[in-house]
Design a protein around this ligand. Sequence first.
Ligand code: DGL
Length: 262
Amino acid sequence: MSGRSIGVFDSGVGGLTVLAHIRAALPGADLLYVADSAHAPYGDKPAEFIAARARFIAEFLVAQEAAALVVACNTATAAAIAELRTRYALPIVGMEPAVKPAAEATRSGVIGVLATSGTLESGKFAELVRRFGSQARVIVQPCPGLVERIEAGDFDSAATRALLEGFVAPLLEQDADTLVLGCTHYPFLAPLLREFAGEAVSLIETGAAVARQLQRRLAETDFTCGASGGTARFYSSGDPRHLQALLPRLWGAAAPVELMAC
Ligand code: DGL
């Protein structure tokens, strides 16, 4: 394996919540990040469309010598990861809503899963609930419109608050004590979720677990990280200036963003 980079992608900025965990786990790795902003959100689009985007972006990342791929998007994982794994012999790590840990953690016996319609309607999610849902009551909550607020960098306006509260309140009313953040965009709203749900409710996301899984998969290969801090390169299929303007806030550092022609 010659590539030294980790290729990561999402429909937009959501995968940056995963990228941060990857950076913490692999400080010396060179990271490539693609935001498919020209096609965000993925959540309500047909699975075939998302699979075609995933193929295109994976091809782009492999051409940039990615040694592994992380599908930092629950919706794209459900739609496309099986096919990507048949195409490439690289480690390919994806996301899935944390139903299993939530079912193990709940004390009330009720968990709420916040995710996109695409994720919740997928066969992969149905299988997850079939396997682990017997341990708890699983209430699903699609969140249309939420990813658009996050893509706009709007984490705290009256509109975002009202939208999020409308999704979370019914879960709390039904006694959910554990909320699964089943979309990589949602951790950006964790402070607001915490405010609505209170301290007693657990919020579960999967970024750290995915970074650990990536580490395990890389350890099975001859992948090596640089000794010093790794680089991060960012690409967008939309207007690069949009992602570039958000990076200091969402990634913690300014960086140039290149256009990925699509
Ligand atoms: N961040 C993605 C996910 O984890 C996609 C959200 C979207 O584009 O609708 O599902």
